[in-house]
Design a protein around this ligand. Structure first.
Ligand code: NAI
Length: 782
């Protein structure tokens, strides 16, 4: 046999990793674990049967309560430490993780079933990197974010697919920004979190800074509902994400959600096909496809589809499936039987819906939970396997003809977590990357992660980022925000004001939709009265249909986001100029509702605010992150899309501008509901807009009863976000009703914000919520 022949026929021998040390660690704990609360191991209040590996506790609400109390008690001490001292703890944790990396990797593989190659070479090194990177931020956060403070006690809930890595993504930024945490690992995979708790103990982390409570969904629920938690950070299914949004709606808890995905993997005809095949192996068979950002939808240009599928099938035939501790295994076990059954069920449904199924002739181990790498082709874009997250080693393939069609197919999903684009043409790749609605886009690469680059979704993949500067913002709040008093009275009540069927007085305004003044669908108006009860004019009573038209107009105006930032600034300056010219008459009219003094101040401050956001339009730009690979990651600030805005009552003009301007300056289009106290301001606003070159549909104004209009906006499935300024009750309604399409919700949390004070009323805090960050990874080098 020649050497070449021998090379071709060579078989892998078994190369098992030795689990001795990890098993010994389990034995040292008698294979039985309590929770790690306030720096000590506590006996569970309600122990449950465990797994074969070890028994872990099922945390009840008493355990969660003890952990939250521990975290609360530890908070002042942790915050009193110098930034350097906190940095030293994070650094020590990073070192400790590195020192025990092999034990942690084996434990992860034993617990989760993922190949040791992945836990050893990807998960654990990234965990250490995360703590090193955030040790740096612990030292620097005050310099980079002056005037910001930690949220407080953070509840964190993580899934089973990357147990220790998700823990690191959650705990490192939270500690670096001065929060204390209670973390609940997934019920299938709690062991590395418990091992991490031990490392916290070893480095002398102050008691209560990190608390780990194990248990299932009900433990998570208890944490979410605990009244003394200031923020919830969650990674997991979209369904549970929705439940958490609902459960926290009536509270001031900050919320970040990293949910499911159905990420496209797009291959153009000029791509390096062999590179793309290897990319796909990583994209969909990494961690058995149990990855939220798995490239589970293959979109391949028609001209190369057959060739690509042949290459892919050949490669699939060489994938090795087997014991996860074998160092030469590519695909390990599925985490649990329910998941295995779910994968099988979805694949069968896909076949029933017309897909062609192909699996390589590979032997599966006779015992354990394994699923063959699977290729479904001829998949219809509406098929369940093209739309639903399968969370298994299953790739659904479709074809496209033009880049435009590729983008359409890629965005034909409710999700928006990640995408991978393959083309040797940098123009095509970046052009397509910019149009995909996803938080992460990898060019000629896939599944790259680093602590310095933000990760997180658009649309129903959730909101908030983890990693990078953008991830830190999730754990910080401006210090003044905590102190702002509650908003007791939200301007003049509306109840006193009568519906009138016929107009007939001086000042009747209309709605402003798609750049036109339109009458309300209802045919009704509301009488608006001044401070002395005198009739000031009539304002239309907008309804659901008016809002629907307004949202449609806002959608159509999305090219505003592609207008250059310079041009957006020009339009804002022009509005300022026109407002300034009309200031006398506006002050006279607004003065009848809020007093002349306030009216004059509102007009003056609005002009200033227009200048501020004209300035910001081309300055709130992104960043280029430098992960330690041969990549740069371009963190682009992108607009959210179409946003509903409920304006404050007590400042009819300034309130409108304070919320609408950051959004418009960032390239969003808006549907605004102006102050209920004095909606007649709409008339002045559209006259100013009409003379200022603001493209039609960028700002739409619908007047009426705020509570009713808010409901429609919050439930509208074609809005990307809602900003609501009002009482606590109004804000809670906005949050609760947003669960349908999981739109982002940003509110004043029922607080009274002084909109005359620039420090509270404009700048970073507003712009950070007017944009979402997309990280585009671009490789360099040969
Ligand atoms: P899951 O969303 O139920 O679980 C994730 C975490 O949330 C676990 O720690 C769980 O105990 C906790 N949890 C469950 N119900 C809760 C509740 N009501 N309140 C608070 N916490 C709660 O995900 P599961 O059941 O493990 O997987 C189901 C599907 O979800 C998967 O097949 C996959 O499609 C998707 N998934 C997505 C992940 C991602 O990274 N985006 C991760 C895990 C699952």
């Amino acid at each position: 046999m020649s050497v070449v022949e021998k090379f071709r026929t060579m078989e892998y021998g078994p190369a098992p990793e030795d689990p001795k040390e990890s098993l010994a660690w389990l034995d040292r704990h008698n294979r039985k674990f309590g929770h790690f609360i306030d720096g000590t191991w506590r006996a569970p209040t309600d122990p449950a049967a465990g797994t074969v590996l070890a028994e872990v506790a099922q945390g009840g609400s008493a355990d969660v309560d003890a952990a939250v109390k521990g975290a609360r008690k530890a908070l002042p001490g942790w915050q009193k430490l110098t930034p350097h001292a906190r940095a030293r703890f994070l650094y020590a944790l990073a070192r400790q993780i590195q020192k025990h990396s092999r034990r942690l990797a084996v434990l992860e593989t034993l617990d989760n079933g993922k190949p040791i190659r992945e836990s050893r070479d990807i998960d654990i090194p990234l965990v250490a990197r995360h703590f090193y990177y955030h040790a740096g931020w612990a030292q620097l956060v005050g310099q980079r974010f002056p005037g910001y403070a930690a949220c407080g006690v953070v509840g964190q809930i993580i899934p089973w697919n990357f147990p220790l890595l998700m823990l690191a993504w959650k705990i490192a930024p939270a500690l670096a920004t001065g929060n204390t945490v209670v973390l609940k690992p997934a019920e299938y995979t709690p062991l590395t979190a418990l091992a991490f708790a031990e490392l916290c103990d070893e480095v002398g982390l102050p008691k209560g800074v990190v608390n780990i409570v194990t248990g299932d969904g009900s433990t998570g629920e208890a944490l979410v509902k605990h009244p003394d938690v200031d923020k919830i950070a969650f990674t997991g299914s979209t369904e549970v994400g929705r439940a958490i949004r609902k459960a926290t709606a009536n509270t001031h808890k900050r919320l970040s959600l990293e949910l499911g995905g159905k990420s496209p993997f797009i291959i153009f005809e000029d791509a390096d096909l062999d590179g793309a095949v290897e990319g796909l192996v990583d994209g969909i068979w990494f961690n058995q496809g149990q990855v939220c950002c798995a490239g589970s939808r293959l979109l391949v240009q028609e001209s190369i589809a057959e060739k690509m599928i042949r290459k892919l099938q050949a490669r699939m035939g060489t994938l090795r499936i087997g014991a996860p501790l074998d160092k030469a295994v590519d695909i390990g076990a599925i985490v649990a039987r329910v998941q295995l059954e779910r994968i099988d069920r979805l694949v069968k449904q896909g076949i029933a819906e017309g897909a062609t199924c192909w699996q390589p002739e590979v032997l599966l181990p006779s015992r354990g939970l394994f699923y063959k790498p699977t290729l479904l082709s001829n998949v219809h874009p509406t098929s369940i396997v093209a739309q639903q997250e399968i969370f298994g080693p299953v790739l659904a393939a479709m074809t496209f003809r033009t880049p435009r069609e590729a983008v359409e197919l890629a965005n034909n999903t409710v999700y928006g977590l990640a995408a991978s684009v393959w083309s040797e043409s940098i123009n095509v790749a970046l052009h397509v990357a910019a149009q995909i609605k996803a938080g992460v886009v990898w060019v000629n690469s896939t599944n790259l992660f680093d602590a310095s680059c933000g990760f997180g979704g658009y649309r129903e993949s959730g909101y908030g980022r983890e990693g990078g500067r953008e991830g830190l913002v999730e754990y910080l709040e401006p210090s003044w925000f905590h102190r702002a008093p509650a908003l007791k009275k939200n301007g003049a009540p509306m109840k006193d004001q009568a519906d009138v069927a016929t107009p007939g007085i001086d000042r009747t305004v209309k709605l402003y939709i798609g750049g036109k003044q339109v009458r309300p669908d209802s045919g009704y108006s509301l009488e608006i009265r001044g401070r002395k009860g005198e009739l000031l004019g009539e304002s239309p009573l907008g309804n659901r249909k008016d809002l629907r038209n307004a949202v449609e107009a806002a959608r159509k105006a999305e090219s505003w986001s592609k207008t250059t930032a310079h041009n957006r600034a020009q339009v804002l300056y022009y509005i300022a100029e026109n407002l300034s010219q009309r200031s006398e008459e506006i002050i006279a009219r607004l003065g009848a509702a809020v007093g002349k003094k306030q009216a004059a101040r509102e007009v003056q401050k609005s002009i200033e605010r227009l200048f501020s956001y004209a300035g910001w339009a081309d300055k709130f730009d992104g960043a280029v992150h430098n992960p330690p690979f041969r990549n740069v990651s371009i963190a682009m600030n992108e607009s959210l899309g179409a946003v509903g805005v409920i304006c404050p009552n007590q400042y009819p003009l300034l309130g409108f501008f304070s919320l609408v301007l950051p959004l418009v300056s960032a390239g969003n289009s808006v549907v605004a509901v102006p102050s209920e106290t004095y909606p007649l301001i709409t008339g002045d606003l559209y006259q100013v807009f009409e003379t200022s070159d603001l493209p039609s549909g960028v700002v739409n104004i619908v007047t009426g009863r705020t509570g009713e209009l808010l409901k429609v906006l919050a439930e509208h499935d074609d809005l990307d976000a809602i900003w609501c300024y009002g009482t606590g009750e109004l804000c809670a309604t906005a949050k609760a009703l947003s669960v349908g399409n999981l739109k982002q919700v940003w509110t004043n949390e029922g607080r009274d914000i002084d909109l005359f004070q620039d420090a509270q009323a404009e700048g970073h805090w507003y712009l950070e919520h007017a944009y979402q960050v997309k990280n585009i990874w671009v490789p360099y080098g040969e």
